[in-house]
Design a protein around this ligand. Sequence first.
Ligand SMILES: NC(=O)C1=CN([C@@H]2O[C@H](COP(=O)(O)OP(=O)(O)OC[C@H]3O[C@@H](n4cnc5c(N)ncnc54)[C@H](OP(=O)(O)O)[C@@H]3O)[C@@H](O)[C@H]2O)C=CC1
Ligand SMILES: O=C(CO)COP(=O)(O)O
Length: 334
Amino acid sequence: MKVSQPTRLTMVGGGSWATALVKILSENNVTIKWWMRSQVDADHIKKYNHNRSYLSDVQINPRRVKVCTRIRDAFRDSEVIILAVPAAFVGEALRGIQPQHFAGKTVVSAIKGMIPATNQLVTDWVSDQYDVPAAQIAVIAGPCHAEEVALEKQSYLTIASQDVACATAVADLLRCRFVQTTPVDDIYGIEYSAVMKNIIALACGITHGLGYGDNFQAVLVSNAMQEIRRFVDALHAKHRDLSGSAYLGDLLVTAYSPFSRNRTFGNLIGRGYTIQSAQAEMNMIAEGYYAVKSIHAINEQCAVPMPIVDAVYNILYEKATPTSEMNALKRLLL
Ligand SMILES: NC(=O)C1=CN([C@@H]2O[C@H](COP(=O)(O)OP(=O)(O)OC[C@H]3O[C@@H](n4cnc5c(N)ncnc54)[C@H](OP(=O)(O)O)[C@@H]3O)[C@@H](O)[C@H]2O)C=CC1
Ligand SMILES: O=C(CO)COP(=O)(O)O
């Protein structure tokens, strides 16, 4: 990707994170074609310059942002594609897009989830499905809730790519008054850690819903860090400092923030909601619900000890009760 401004960019997704990223990018010299599936939401933005369904206080700049519901129109002439729908729906969002539509473009995943059908990271899936070279793929990571971006609270993003020049170019696009960005090369470590922290946040929410306190959660989170290290090292061994903000920082914000979708979903499960009723209660998607199934399946090959992931999987997919799983888990934590 050329680092030259102005940049023509496509945002795929009409949810909270897509809306927050549109806000960030609109601060810079970027023109955005913003694809969303809902015609009603798109029409509303065109008329009133805000997204009625997510982060409705964010003003959309009509000079920078054009909304559309046809994915091929959204891709035309763009240099950068940002994917910002939950992983389970990215295939549906890109229906009608062929490898040639990605040719020459930089693809940036803002997604912290796994492709359920293939148990792949989103970037691996993009590379396989659309023949996008690794040097043109990046991810957006770091502890950053869309709600705080909407409020212009100081935030930090880490941009990872195997090609540091690509990461740097994307980091330049996303740096603004209230967002600092850092380019790095550990794309696999960062993407897997971002997926894992959502599962841990489900566990934090479940235990909170059951009545466990801060003392327990601190032990849960520190054990989770070790679990993440074991898993990521087993898949992609590399020297990495997991105390960095894209790893530990993202785990902390998700585990402790009331904005967290995954923690909220877990909390409802801990309080006795069924999966269906918890999903219905939330207007947003908790990626960890889908991801735990993929991570559990991948770990059948690696066989890394992951008691927290196993407990969440058993609760969400094996009909185990939160009480019994957390009773068993608490004996394993140190
Ligand atoms: N929210 C945040 O703070 C952050 C989120 N992320 C990541 O960003 C990604 C998107 O999350 P987020 O924006 O929070 O999600 P939201 O729950 O806010 O939005 C979900 C989006 O997915 C769309 N969608 C839902 N169901 C389908 C479907 N069946 N087919 C196609 N599209 C569908 C929704 O469209 P519709 O409105 O029409 O239903 C909406 O645009 C996730 O991977 C998340 O982990 C990363 C960092 C921060
Ligand atoms: O990844 C996120 C913030 O960095 C958002 O996920 P949660 O909403 O589950 O915390």
